[in-house]
Design a protein around this ligand. Structure first.
Ligand SMILES: [Zn+2]
Length: 294
């Protein structure tokens, strides 16, 4: 088994033909790994932009790539072809799925077909690291720098955000967690429509209490004091993507707020439940008075 970690850089470019902004890929950086996840080869290609000749400030600042540098690059399709040769039959890996989204977008714009021709198997290293570190369900996605820090992998801030440096840092994170979690389980088949459905699925919170994807049992709460079933005494209302209501426990007399959110993902619905104390109105006003005005 061999793996290739790909990291792309792109520039938000306004395409008149598409009538919208496109994340135009300007750099490919990749490393190939052997069975033990050690780097055996590297790949780099600069892409000469076609949609716009203007690099937006953020890209310039972050990547320190200049337009002059890019002028020596090749077309996107040439770079993609060179990369396909480098990849061979290895499993493609990226940190998070945004590089896959960028590839889908660039192939769509330049060929009219959204399929990524060189991909057969795929692993999202970000999700893999999050699962291995037990951080997958924490709402926020873990950044590459944060993951490296957590694992004690040292890196230079200056070198980051160039494709090759990010690919190497991803490899170090991958290697650091690989012993904790089976890597085979994180590899997906990518030569099928299901892969594209999964990649383009937009995670979202369910906001309709009657949505059939809501497991009704999750709308029941137990008293957080005595553990007995509590009764809902108010209507459900939305509070920051959560359903929220007041509950009453007739066994111990406790009143509390129950909050639950349902996040719809490709793989299913992630439920998040918690209970809160009811803050008396007067105290609430005091807290609001203390809060700094924005
Ligand atoms: Zn109780």
């Amino acid at each position: 088994m061999s793996y290739v970690i790909l990291d792309l850089e792109w520039n938000a470019a306004y395409s008149k033909r598409a009538g919208r902004f496109v994340n135009e890929i300007i750099e490919f950086g990749a490393v190939r790994l052997d069975d033990d996840l050690n780097i055996t080869a590297s790949f780099a290609a600069l892409v000469k932009p076609k949609i716009t000749r203007r690099l937006n400030g953020k890209v310039k600042q972050l990547t320190k790539i200049s337009l002059d540098e890019l002028k020596s690059g090749v077309s996107f399709l040439t770079a993609a072809k060179q990369f396909a040769e480098f990849l061979g039959h290895s499993t493609l890996m990226t940190w998070g799925t945004s590089d896959i989204h960028a590839l889908i977008e660039n192939f769509t714009v330049f060929t009219g077909d959204y399929h990524i021709p060189f991909i057969t198997t795929y692993c999202d290293i970000q999700e893999y690291c999050e699962r291995a570190l037990d951080k997958f369900d924490e709402g926020n996605q873990m950044g590459l720098g944060a993951c490296a820090e957590l694992l004690g992998v040292t890196f230079s801030e200056d070198e980051q955000h160039r494709a090759d440096a990010d690919a190497i840092l991803s490899q170090q994170c991958l290697k650091a967690v690989a012993k904790r979690f089976p890597l085979e389980d994180a590899i997906l088949r990518a030569d099928c429509e299901e892969f594209y459905e999964r990649m383009t699925f937009k995670n979202h919170f369910i906001t309709d209490i009657d949505d059939p994807d809501i497991d009704r049992a999750q709308l029941r709460f137990r008293c957080d004091k005595c553990g007995k079933p509590a009764r809902r005494v108010k209507k459900w209302r939305m509070h920051n993507k959560n359903f929220s209501s007041e509950f009453y426990c007739k066994h111990c007399g406790r009143k509390f707020i129950g909050r639950v959110s349902f996040k719809k993902r490709y793989d299913g619905v992630k439920v998040n439940k918690r209970t809160l104390d009811i803050v008396p109105k007067k105290k609430q006003e005091e807290q609001q008075a203390e809060a700094p005005t924005p």
